[in-house]
Design a protein around this ligand. Structure first.
Ligand SMILES: [Zn+2]
Length: 238
């Protein structure tokens, strides 16, 4: 996908509370809940721990089988989310993700009870699947430096740590007062960085003038097994 064919931008913030929060050109945010994944991984972890403790040949066989089952399931979750993302946006969409260095840093900051989930979560796999599916649909994925994406106001540009209340998952700009969910703020900033990327590469001047409307050209397949993974998710408007 050459850059001059890119016409839409979607910023995607990845995390634990939401596996993905995607902010698009129409001002909508789509959240993919991480609650079920977190619970299921905790369940697998407890099961593995117990089987390791038992340590018999049969428990080791079960341990292996469970590990494979967990991997298949995790693979499927990544497949479903990347599929939903690729199919929700039109050809010519630029997906903007924070690079994985930032994810490792973010992982170090999460509280201990969340840590095993974030450390082992296959962000890399999700990204690879999205890159593959995006390429098939005439879309593109880029990585950007995620520094300050959670503490910069997407409206006025003010950067202030104090604007973000991590405990309440709330961002309130100390400059202009703009308020939103903090995962959404990160996605909005990734979106802006994507627009900047297009403007600077000089390949899509249409975006420099403002936000374009978005018309998905494909309706996601209905009633397939991915529906359970990608819902509940909800959309919020700006
Ligand atoms: Zn502001």
């Amino acid at each position: 996908m050459s850059d001059d064919r890119l016409t839409d931008v979607v910023g995607i913030d990845r995390g634990i509370r939401f596996l993905a929060a995607a902010y698009d050109s129409s001002g909508k945010t789509t959240f993919f809940s991480g609650v079920q994944v977190k619970a299921k991984r905790a369940h697998y972890k407890a099961l593995r721990k117990e089987l390791q403790r038992v340590g018999t040949p049969s428990s080791r066989r079960r341990l292996k089988a469970i590990g494979q089952r967990e991997n298949r399931w995790m693979n499927d979750v990544d497949h479903c989310i990347s599929k939903a993302l690729a199919e929700s946006y039109p050809k010519g969409t630029l997906f903007v993700l924070e690079d994985l260095t930032g994810i490792r840093k973010a992982t170090e900051r999460v509280k201990a009870s969340n840590r095993y989930v974030s450390v082992s979560w296959p962000y890399y796999d999700l990204e690879q699947k999205l890159i593959y599916k995006a390429a098939m649909r005439g879309q593109k994925v880029i990585n950007v430096d995620p520094a300050y994406t959670s503490q910069t106001c997407p409206k006025c540009g003010r950067r202030d740590k104090v604007s973000r209340d991590k405990r309440l998952h709330l961002f309130r700009c100390t400059g202009c007062g703009y308020t939103s969910n903090d995962d959404r703020i990160a996605a909005m900033n990734l979106y802006s960085m994507g627009n900047e990327y297009l403007v600077q590469s000089g390949k899509s001047m249409s975006l420099a003038g403002g936000v374009r409307s978005m018309t998905p050209d494909v309706t996601p397949a209905s009633a397939d097994h991915c529906r359970a993974v990608t819902s509940p998710f909800f959309k919020a408007s700006a």
